[in-house]
Write a protein that binds this ligand. Structure first.
Ligand code: ZN
Ligand code: ZN
Length: 201
């Protein structure tokens, strides 16, 4: 069903084998299929990732990035910090979106698995034996979308992203190049964020 090469590439990118990353892969694919779009090469798609910090299944977001092409590097993905395994994928030009979220029944099975038990006991994913994690991944890769996810109908969504800037400055303290959104004015000088000692929060 899903390309073996894609899974291998994703595992390499992610760094270890686990069940949450392949769920992200599948969520991305399901959302793209519903929207009728291809993986984005630029900013045709935008993804809202409902995952949050430090929870049991945060690897999900890496899978989503691999299949949708919405990546933190391109800034066409944003974390909503809801601590849920869901995404809203937006087709920016057509102004349409779809929400895909893991079915609670399926997620509960995963959370009751030996894998999650071992993770709770502090065992790193890379140290969890293949005979525990491989069947979980295989199962996720072969299940139909409807078993894994609740998939919304396509709905209207007018996404207004921030426009990328090509304007740049040289920080008047360190001399490094800074793009416009990163410039802070202090004592009438244009400075980069570290030189201005600006705190993000
Ligand atoms: Zn992982
Ligand atoms: Zn500087």
């Amino acid at each position: 069903m899903v390309d073996k090469e894609l899974l291998e590439m994703a595992i390499k990118f992610h760094g270890h084998k686990c069940p949450a990353m392949p769920l992200g892969l599948r969520a991305g694919l399901a959302a793209m299929k519903k929207l009728g779009v291809e993986r984005t090469s630029n900013k045709e798609l935008f993804c809202f990732l409902e995952a949050g910090p430090s929870h049991a299944q945060m690897c999900f977001g890496d899978g989503v990035q691999v299949t949708t092409g919405c990546t933190f590097g391109k800034e066409n993905i944003e974390k909503l910090h809801y601590s849920k395994l869901g995404i809203v994928l937006v087709d920016v030009k057509r102004k349409k979106a779809v929400r895909v979220v893991i079915r609670p029944e399926f997620q509960k099975k995963g959370l009751a698995s030996k894998f999650v038990q071992m993770r709770k006991d502090g065992i790193e994913p890379k140290d969890i034996p293949s005979d525990i994690v491989d069947p979980m991944i295989e199962n996720i890769m072969k299940q139909p979308d409807e078993v894994l996810f609740k998939i919304s109908e396509v709905f209207d969504y007018d996404f207004k992203g921030e426009k990328s800037t090509f304007d740049w400055y040289e920080c008047e303290n360190c001399g490094e190049i800074v793009f416009a959104h990163g410039i802070r004015i202090k004592d009438n000088k244009k400075l980069c964020i570290p030189c201005s000692e600006y705190q993000r929060k």
